[in-house]
Write a protein that binds this ligand. Structure first.
Ligand SMILES: *[C@@H]1O[C@H](CO)[C@@H](O)[C@H](O)[C@H]1NC(C)=O
Ligand SMILES: *[C@@H]1O[C@H](CO)[C@@H](O)[C@H](O)[C@H]1NC(C)=O
Length: 232
């Protein structure tokens, strides 16, 4: 291969690598997909994942604290359908977790610090004792879920993470694709969401569902990272 051909191949390969990445850029409210970054905090790292689960960027992605004030807050009723849309379909195998945290005041001025996050939704893989493992989040460009009816009214951050596990067999190999949106929950109830965790803090990076080889041997079971889903 000539040097120019080699360079072209390297450029093509790295372009493919970048385009394989994806961003959760919009909230879905009811049946409406909102505009990209209208209610989602803009990040500053293009479509790169976060790999350090102890980093402050692990909370709302790189730039996700600085862009809070510039982000609007969308109103959604407790018990209604909300969700996330992506700029392109999810490419890598892995699970999804969605966390929420109630702001003491406005979501746009909340940094999400402290043990304030509870899990509200998750998409797990399907295992069958070691014959195969499949990932229902593969290839999706959006997903929706229901806000619990007993979720108290008020403003919340809603944080999505897709954990790409294609090179997760060594520490730090899992890739986290993260976004935070801002939601104003109305008509809520008197539920007591939990268990509450801090983000960062919720993971060490050595959890069985974060540091593992998903290819060989095929995992017989899978332990979804994080606390149990709060169902209201
Ligand atoms: C993802 O979509 C592509 C293109 O439609 C398809 O070839 C591929 O099999 C799909 N992968 C999964 C895991 O569904
Ligand atoms: C949140 O909803 C309440 C009740 O409808 C409304 O009064 C308030 O203006 C909303 N806040 C935001 C930021 O949308």
């Amino acid at each position: 291969m000539k040097l120019t051909e080699l360079l072209a191949a390297v450029v093509a390969l790295s372009a493919a690598g970048v385009s394989a990445h994806y961003r959760f850029d919009a909230l879905i409210v009811g049946s409406t997909t909102t505009a990209p970054y209208q209610y989602v905090r803009q990040n500053t790292n293009y479509n790169s994942p976060i790999t350090d689960v102890t980093s402050l960027d692990f909370r709302c992605n790189a730039g996700g604290l600085a862009s809070a004030a510039a982000t609007q807050t969308v109103t959604a009723a407790a018990g209604s359908t909300v969700g996330w849309a992506l700029d392109q379909a999810i490419f890598h195998p892995g699970p999804i977790n969605v966390y929420m945290a109630k702001a003491p005041g406005n979501a746009a001025s909340f940094d999400g610090s402290g043990s304030v996050w509870f899990k509200v939704y998750e998409i797990r893989p399907v295992t069958n004792g070691g014959t195969s493992i499949t990932w229902p989040a593969d290839n999706i460009s959006s997903f929706t879920f229901q806000l619990p009816s007993s979720l108290p009214s008020g403003q919340y951050l809603v944080r999505v993470e897709h954990i790409a596990l294609h090179s997760a067999s060594t520490f730090g190999g899992a890739q986290f694709y993260i976004s935070c949106g801002q939601i104003n929950v109305t008509g809520g109830g008197s539920g007591n969401p939990g268990p509450l965790v801090a983000i960062p803090g919720v993971y060490t990076g050595r959890e069985p569902g974060i540091m593992l080889n998903i290819y060989y041997p095929i995992p017989a079971t899978y332990t979804q990272p994080g606390p149990a889903v709060w169902r209201g």
